[in-house]
Design a protein around this ligand. Structure first.
Ligand code: APR
Ligand code: PHB
Length: 389
């Protein structure tokens, strides 16, 4: 099989890139290790910032997001038993949209089917050759045999555990990482949310977050030790802990119900540089991970796809390599600012075991400063709605 751009991974990064390139008349084939149902069954992020809005608009896949998504003007923070509002709209003129990553993925898969562009599911890339010389050969396992996809360029959109990033020679690749000493226990339930906007809480027992997917579906998280077994957390125990951490006002309006899903996710900051080597380009979690506290993982993947689609279009249609040459540096400039924001939100809102008294007081002062300062709230808000890139 032959194509112009071979895309590894059918998460949001790969699907968005595929759709944007198809609209420019460029042929792509997506190889996805899992089945379509498995990809759609994963519960992932839920807050879309300006990057995802722009990418979905350019992809002409924003109709359902605009009709079914919830437009939020802000969110609440609870710290030191004080609840205060971050007025995103008042501070920046922009809103965020609550619309599940699963729904974004479904919309992009539907569009790709309508385009008639091929996606091979249960096709795992195992090896990539020719990224320095071309043509690129992606060896993959599909339907019980080894096959080859030959392409001019390859986009590694295969997530944190993918194979593409490791194709960049170790002498060139640099990685930067911070692993946090806790995880998030997430619970998903078909109950109305406890508040019309999100609530982020810093409580002595640890961080908590009240989020949602719709008016009838809630998503909650609590900070937990990284080795927590969800089996030790029956639903009632999670609800009780949420009620404590989110405080009496939220607890009073919290509707409890059976969990549809309950799992523990680790928190990590990670960047791999560069994001391009020869004919290989990386996008999304393959190149960077942020802890979810700033709600940025999906949005960074969208920004990558948008910028990469423009670069590949210029390269393939006009023979101009300028955007492709600056792709890595341009993206990393934005990505590191988002890494900083996600690290800052995580550090400010979580309890760190063994934290010394000095750090504990600094954290309190940070939250108190945020509560009282329009300048600091504006800084948070402009990052949350999405920095320009
Ligand atoms: N061959 C083919 N597909 C692969 C391979 C491989 N060797 N390895 C991984 N994949 C697939 C995975 O099965 C997954 O569907 O690549 C896809 C990567 O998708 P995501 O993990 O969703 O990553 P990305 O598209 O970059 O989206 C980033 O997703 O996890 C969230 O926090 C993250 O919100 C962010 C967004
Ligand atoms: C979510 O709804 O899953 C969610 C929302 C905001 C975050 C992280 C996750 O910061």
């Amino acid at each position: 099989m032959r194509t112009q751009v071979g895309i590894i991974g059918a998460g949001p990064a790969g699907l968005l890139l595929g759709r944007l390139l198809t609209r420019q008349g460029i042929d792509t084939v997506i190889l996805e290790k899992r089945s379509a149902d498995h990809v759609l069954g994963r519960i992932r992020a839920g807050v879309l910032d300006s990057a995802t809005l722009e990418a979905l608009r350019e992809a002409d896949c924003d109709q359902r997001m605009k009709s079914d998504g919830l437009f939020h003007d802000g969110f609440d923070i609870i710290a030191n038993n004080n609840r205060f509002h971050i007025d995103l709209k008042g501070l920046t003129g922009q809103q965020v949209i609550v619309y599940g990553q699963t729904e974004v993925t479904r919309d992009l898969m539907d569009a790709r089917n309508e385009d008639g562009a091929p996606t091979l599911y249960e096709a795992a890339a195992v090896n990539i050759e020719g990224i320095e010389s071309g043509p690129v050969r992606i060896t993959h396992e599909h339907e019980g045999s080894r096959k080859e996809l030959v392409c001019d360029y390859v986009a590694g959109c295969d997530g944190f555990h993918g194979v593409a990033a490791k194709t960049i020679p170790a002498t060139i690749r640099r990685t930067f990482e911070r692993v946090y000493p806790f995880g998030w226990l997430g619970l998903f339930a078909d109950v109305p949310p406890c508040s019309h906007e999100l609530i982020y809480a810093n409580h002595a027992n640890g961080f908590a977050l009240a989020s949602m997917r719709s008016q009838t579906r809630s998503r909650y998280y609590i900070q937990c030790p990284i080795d927590t077994d969800p089996a030790d957390w029956p639903d009632e125990r999670v609800w009780d802990e949420l009620a404590i951490r989110l405080g009496p006002q939220a607890a009073a309006s919290m509707k409890r119900g059976p969990s549809l899903e309950k799992s523990v996710a680790p928190l990590r900051s990670f960047v791999a540089e560069p994001m391009r080597h020869g004919r290989l380009f990386l996008a999304g979690d393959a190149a960077h991970i942020v802890p979810p506290t700033g709600a940025k993982g999906l949005n960074l993947a969208s920004a990558d796809a948008l910028v990469l689609a423009r670069a590949l279009t210029a390269l393939i249609r006009e023979g101009s390599g300028t955007l492709a040459d600056t792709y890595s540096a341009d993206r990393l400039e934005h990505i590191w600012k988002v890494e900083r924001f996600s690290w800052w939100m995580t550090t400010m809102l979580h309890r760190f075991s063994g934290q010394d008294d000095f750090n504990a007081r600094i954290q309190l002062a940070e939250l108190d400063y945020l509560r009282g300062s329009r300048a600091e709230q504006t800084s948070l808000a402009e990052n949350y709605v999405g920095l320009p890139f």
